[in-house]
Design a protein around this ligand. Sequence first.
Ligand SMILES: Cc1cc2nc3c(=O)[nH]c(=O)nc-3n(C[C@H](O)[C@H](O)[C@H](O)COP(=O)(O)OP(=O)(O)OC[C@H]3O[C@@H](n4cnc5c(N)ncnc54)[C@H](O)[C@@H]3O)c2cc1C
Length: 225
Amino acid sequence: MKTKEGSGQNGRNTHTPNILLPNDHLERVPAWGGASSSISHVYRPTTVEQLHNLLQLAQQSGRTIGLRGGGNSYGDAAMNSENILIDLRRMNRILDWNPDTGIITVEPGVTISRLWQYVLEDGWWPPVVTGTSATTIGGCAGMNVHGKNAYQKGPIGDHILQFDFMLASGEIITCSREENSDIFHAAIGGFGMLGIFTSITLKMTRVYSGLLDVYTEARPNLAAM
Ligand SMILES: Cc1cc2nc3c(=O)[nH]c(=O)nc-3n(C[C@H](O)[C@H](O)[C@H](O)COP(=O)(O)OP(=O)(O)OC[C@H]3O[C@@H](n4cnc5c(N)ncnc54)[C@H](O)[C@@H]3O)c2cc1C
């Protein structure tokens, strides 16, 4: 993600930097597989205001911004070598929960694990759960992840009702199927290239127990499922 001023084609903001970034945020960040890593200026904001300040820091220092949730992407999607990497895991508050409707609003750093543990108490479950539950809701929305029930429930984007989205300019807009719908559909599965999810509202699925009855049934092909 390049901040608005001086956006360039070469992966860096092109205007002359006003400041140098301090070295104390430099970290080696591994890709999930552990086979590769890169060094970035890593920041871990806890508030929208801090996030906004980081966009300004990127402009002033001529650096690009990469976003990182749980860092579970197999490749380098959650890395940003020699530039700013914003780790969103500390923005992890549950902002609103309605146990009657199953509609929840969370900050992007809430993990699937935390989400299911939170809503199960009231008889709900996330509609889409990835193979690891260390993923964050922001990262899941960024990749529009699927669960093993994708053939029935679709990807997670189908269950997102609304989100607040910080653009590269720092402006926050609300997106839904009715409001800013083009950005709503582009940002879900947008690989964190268009802006930052700062809060996400999803609809949970009703369950009556956390226990599962598991049975195996073989089908010859997809059409027979
Ligand atoms: C063991 C394992 C099992 C998996 N199982 C599945 C599976 O069943 N189904 C499936 O679909 N995937 C699966 N994955 C892949 C994983 O679910 C996705 O890569 C998911 O996006 C990772 O979420 P994360 O929070 O770790 O995001 P990250 O890997 O940190 O980031 C993913 C993307 O989202 C962007 N992003 C992160 N936060 C934000 C934000 N707040 N705003 C905007 N963009 C943001 C990042 O820039 C990046 O492009 C699995 C991965 C592992 C390691």
